[in-house]
Design a protein around this ligand. Structure first.
Ligand SMILES: Nc1ncnc2c1ncn2[C@@H]1O[C@H](COP(=O)(O)OP(=O)(O)O)[C@@H](O)[C@H]1O
Ligand code: SF4
Ligand SMILES: [Mg+2]
Length: 324
């Protein structure tokens, strides 16, 4: 496995007490594969990713347990200096908001070129040529001219391509894309997602794609991990989860996707809100919102039950959900 997160725990000290943002998350991705991490806002998707990348703010964050194995080596045990070498060269991250991740006073060409001068010791001239190549590769029309422009001169979709180019520059083995298309309109979303999927295949990278939108992952992901209140509640190959979810929360997410073939149908919404992470409900954290909940759910926390050979569900009643 290229990346394997094992039983990760991350907390934040807040005014209301300890917020358990990540509560025993385990997931993994192989080279050439895409793992989609799905869940409502506040479920711990980004904090898990930041911990993997080594960019978690400590404090207020605190890693209280677990391992992040990258090619078998636990990144949590590395010194910050070693960590920095891994970041960028071996793994890179793409964020939702390109405008705040790019430097507004440098041309995009200079920012791309800097990857090569700083990390690869290239001459400025060679680095500039590579910057144009990269912009071509992420399909920015007129790269030779546009390399001299500043981030604000690009549309949202084009800026996201520049972020992808920056992440790809050193040909990392793993890319984590945290809601890379959330800020874009639907057509541009699809184009950026296609680009990311093409590059991932071409370079045989592992890709972790974080999103709150099940609709965007169907065509690009191999596996899905669904998060709720800092835990993984379901993991499965993507086609299986679409066929039949084994967790009521996943079912709720699936039922809330707008579908072209059911125009006019009222969209389902999961009732209620995710819990505060300083006061996660006992038993199954989803029980206050779950249509299948019964007494045992309020007292006994479900483990991640093995469902067949390839799936897991943290629901006492996964059978019922699966065959419903
Ligand atoms: N810098 C921070 N300070 C305090 N709490 C934080 C911080 N970052 C994240 N958290 C807590 O962790 C929870 C999960 O956040 P996050 O991983 O960003 O969720 P998401 O699934 O939307 O990416 C938040 O709801 C919040 O309680
Ligand atoms: S364990 Fe109970 S409350 Fe939790 S998802 Fe399953 S049925 Fe719902
Ligand atoms: Mg997030």
């Amino acid at each position: 496995m290229l990346l394997e997160v094992r039983d990760l725990h991350v907390e934040f000290r807040t005014r209301d007490g300890i917020a358990k943002a990540v509560n025993g998350v385990s997931y993994g991705v192989d080279a050439g594969r895409t793992l989609a991490v799905l869940g409502e806002s506040g479920s711990g998707k980004s904090v898990t990713a930041q911990t993997v990348m080594g960019i978690l703010d400590v404090p207020p964050g605190r890693i209280t347990g677990g391992e992040v194995l990258f090619e078998g080596r636990d990144l949590l045990k590395l010194k910050e200096e070693e960590r920095r070498t891994v970041r960028g060269a071996e793994m890179a991250m793409i964020f939702q908001d390109a405008l705040s991740s790019l430097n507004p006073v440098l041309t995009v060409g200079d920012q791309l070129a800097e990857m090569f001068t700083v990390h690869r010791g290239m001459s400025r001239r060679d680095a500039r040529a590579r910057a144009v190549e990269l912009m071509d590769r992420v399909r920015i029309p007129g790269a030779r001219e546009r390399v001299k422009q500043y981030p604000h001169q690009f549309s949202g979709g084009m800026r996201q391509r520049i972020m992808i180019a920056m992440a790809m520059a050193l040909e990392p083995k793993l890319i984590i894309a945290d809601e890379p298309t959330t800020a874009l309109d639907v057509t541009v979303q699809a184009q950026v997602m296609d680009l990311l999927a093409d590059l991932q295949r071409e370079y045989d990278m592992g890709l972790i794609l974080i999103t709150h939108d099940l609709g965007v992952v169907a065509d690009v992901a191999d596996e899905i991990a669904v998060m709720y209140a800092g835990r993984i509640v379901e993991t499965a190959p993507v086609h299986e989860i679409y066929k039949a979810p084994a967790h009521p929360y996943t079912r709720g997410l699936l039922d809330s996707i707008p579908r072209l073939d059911q125009k006019g149908r009222e969209l389902y919404a999961i009732k209620g809100l995710p819990p505060s992470l300083t006061a996660i409900p006992p038993g199954c954290a989803f029980h206050p919102r779950c249509p299948l909940a019964r007494d045992v759910c309020r007292t006994d926390e479900p483990p991640l039950y093995q469902v067949g050979d390839t799936r897991g569900s943290a629901c006492h009643f996964w059978r019922e959900c699966l065959h419903d």
